[in-house]
Each structure stands twice: as structure tokens, then as C-alpha cells.
Ligand binder design. Structure first.
Ligand code: NAP
Length: 326
């Protein structure tokens, strides 16, 4: 029997063709609405699912009784009920590593752009306001030599810290579930309790995954611990931060600026004040969005689903369901 795969994220044609050699593929391109009746009908017969973004609920899983594996085209797995998938014997895979450096580049872009007010001053020229050489009111802050506080020191956190320490001579602090002695050795990084890091760092950069533990990890109390000169960067997930508290901290001058790639609701609602604030650089969730990296993520997702449905170990499993490769 040829197994069936449902795809709801756009994949390159040649990678879809690879899958079609061995599987029946129902390709929905980029599908936003997972309640779409045609998608639901395809799900009823699906053995594999490839996509990203929208939450996968237990109700949706009920509509896919034959499902053996889900391959997410992302490293973050906050959209999936991981324990429920394991309980149902469904393999979940993601795309770590291949996006680490690109996402770290985006994180550093936000550090640089906020510190040097790049977007605000580019807009200044665009408006025709550059009539004389600039004075203090348009100066930014140095990045080199400053203290970078990483909240989360996993793959992406370490890659951002490496850029800071080795490229910009920054002192690295980190707050992380486990200690990272190799990075302490390599970068001179020092581990801190979260509260201490917030008070000490010039740049606070969030790279923890979204989970029940990290949801709203940074709120009004945490912004109050930062200094008026602190620059806050979120490259992880919007819900790790209490966005209303962030807006309040920016408006009240409790922190200097924010660089944001991710938001509580995406796409960002039209009435959000964030993109209109001069001290905010807001990007539309482009952490991994380069041609090269999105291609590598798609390739990894295709390899993961092919291996999972062939009874082999995928390249990047998230869970270890007992029945997945029985
Ligand atoms: P990772 O290697 O798993 O790193 C996550 C780090 O966070 C780990 O070091 C982990 O600690 C730490 N951590 C987890 N829960 C924690 C907690 N409650 N308190 C303190 N530390 C905690 O993941 P990654 O590849 O770096 O990716 C991180 C996240 O970035 C993803 O989950 C995703 O949400 C986000 N992301 C965003 C984009 C974007 O486009 N903006 C792109 C890619 C990824 P241990 O080392 O002790 O386990």
C-alpha cells in the first residue's frame, strides 16, 4: 500500500517530486486554515503530515486516525501537543541545526539595528529630514564591548553569543535551564539567575522555546528589573513575553528599545502600536527566512517524513513514541 502524505506548507517542487516517487502526496501549498474541508478529508487518510505554524490540536488528530508521523518545517514545536502525539504513537520531527546560524544572524541584526537606530534613521532620510549633520538626539549606543545577556543558551542562543563575544568583544551572561561549561570555556560566558542577568545586561536576548514554563517568562516585573538603557531582543516566540508589559515598558522609558521578530499574535494585528514606535525594530518572523535556509529546512522535513514512514529513525526526532517504528 502506498502511504499518503498531506503537505500544508509550500515545499520546493523538486522536493515534492522526491516524495511523490514513494508516496501519494496531497499538496495544499501554504494553507492557513486547517479547518478547510478538503484538507480535513485528506487528513482522514493521511499517514504523514508536513507543515508548520498552525496549532495541531487533539481534535485535528482525531480526524487523522491513520497518522504515523508529523514533520514540522521548524525547530520550535510549541504548535504540537508533544505528549499527546507520543501517547498516540505518532512520531514528531523538526528541523534543528540547519537554521541556527541564519536565525542567529537575524538576532544580531536586531541587536545592531536597535542599538544604532538603523530603521528609525533610514526612515528619517526617506522622509527628507536629513538637512544637516546629526546631533546627539540621533546618536545610538555601542554594541562592541557591551554586556549581552542571553535568556536561553541552546543552539541559537550560543550562536548569537558567539557572534557577540568573538565578533564584537562582548561580555556574555546567560540564564539557562542547565549550565553550559563548554560555552563558559569557549566564550568566557557566565551563568546568572534570570533576575541578576536582567539588571546587569546591556542587551537582553530571548532564545528559549515556548512552553508552559516559559510562557510570559518576561513581564512587567522583569522589565522593571532592566535599566533605562537596556535593549530587549526577542527572536524566540512572542508568547514568551507579556507584550502589553513590553509596550508599557517602552512607552514609559523603562527600557531603551526593542528588536522583535516574533509576536503574541502573528501576523501582527493592524492596531498593534509596536511597528510605529521609533524605538522598536519589528520584523515579520523572518528568523530563518533566507533562500538557503528555508531550502535546507524543507529538505530536512522531507527526509524526516520519508524515514519515519519507512520505519527508519528520522534525522531529527522530537519524541520517542513506543509504537512509531514497531
Ligand atoms: P535549543 O537548542 O533547544 O535551545 C533552547 C535552550 O533553552 C536550551 O539551552 C534549553 O536549556 C533552554 N531552556 C528551555 N527551557 C528553559 C527554561 N524554562 N528556562 C531556561 N532555559 C530553558 O533550541 P534552538 O534551536 O536554540 O531554538 C530555540 C527557539 O528559537 C525555538 O524553540 C523556536 O521557538 C525559536 N526560533 C525562532 C525562529 C524565528 O524565526 N524567530 C527561528 C528558529 C527558532 P537546556 O540546554 O538545559 O535544555
Amino acid at each position: 500500500m502506498t502511504k499518503r502524505i498531506v503537505v500544508y506548507r509550500r515545499l520546493p517542487e523538486d522536493l515534492l517530486a522526491q516524495l511523490k516517487r514513494d508516496f501519494h502526496v496531497d499538496d495544499f501549498g501554504h494553507l492557513e486554515d486547517l479547518d478547510d474541508p478538503t484538507f480535513r478529508a485528506a487528513l482522514a487518510e493521511a499517514h504523514g503530515l508536513v507543515g508548520a505554524g498552525q496549532p495541531i490540536t487533539p481534535a485535528l488528530l482525531d480526524a487523522a486516525p491513520q497518522l504515523e508521523a508529523i514533520s514540522s518545517v521548524s525547530v520550535g514545536v510549541d504548535a504540537y501537543p508533544v505528549e499527546e502525539l507520543t501517547r498516540r504513537g505518532i512520531q514528531l520531527c523538526n528541523t534543528p541545526d540547519v537554521l541556527t546560524e541564519t536565525t542567529a544572524d537575524t538576532g544580531f541584526l536586531l541587536i545592531m539595528a536597535t542599538a544604532r537606530r538603523a530603521v528609525e534613521l533610514a526612515d528619517f532620510i526617506r522622509r527628507g529630514d536629513w538637512q544637516a549633520s546629526l546631533g546627539e538626539m540621533h546618536f545610538g549606543s555601542d554594541v562592541h564591548g557591551k554586556t549581552l545577556g542571553m535568556i536561553g543558551m541552546g543552539r541559537i542562543g550560543a550562536a548569537i553569543a558567539r557572534r557577540g563575544a568573538l565578533g564584537f568583544g562582548m561580555r556574555i551572561l546567560y540564564s539557562n535551564a542547565s549550565p553550559k561549561p563548554a560555552l563558559e570555556e569557549e566564550l568566557g560566558a557566565q551563568r546568572r539567575e534570570l533576575d541578576a542577568l536582567l539588571g546587569e545586561a546591556d542587551f537582553v536576548c530571548v532564545t528559549v522555546p515556548l512552553s508552559a514554563e516559559t510562557e510570559r517568562l518576561i513581564g512587567a516585573r522583569e522589565f522593571a528589573l532592566m535599566r533605562p538603557s537596556t535593549i530587549f531582543v526577542n527572536i524566540a516566540r512572542g508568547k514568551v513575553v507579556d507584550e502589553a508589559a513590553l509596550i508599557e515598558a517602552l512607552e514609559a522609558g523603562r527600557i531603551r528599545a526593542a528588536g522583535l521578530d516574533v509576536f503574541e499574535r502573528e501576523p501582527l494585528p493592524a492596531d498593534s502600536p509596536l511597528p510605529h514606535m521609533a524605538n522598536v525594530v519589528a520584523l515579520p518572523h523572518i528568523g530563518s527566512a533566507t533562500h538557503e535556509t528555508r531550502r535546507a529546512m524543507s529538505q530536512r522535513a522531507v527526509d524526516n517524513i520519508r524515514l519515519s514512514l519507512s520505519g527508519e529513525r528520522p534525522l531529527s526526532p522530537v519524541n520517542e513514541p513506543a509504537t512509531a517504528r514497531a
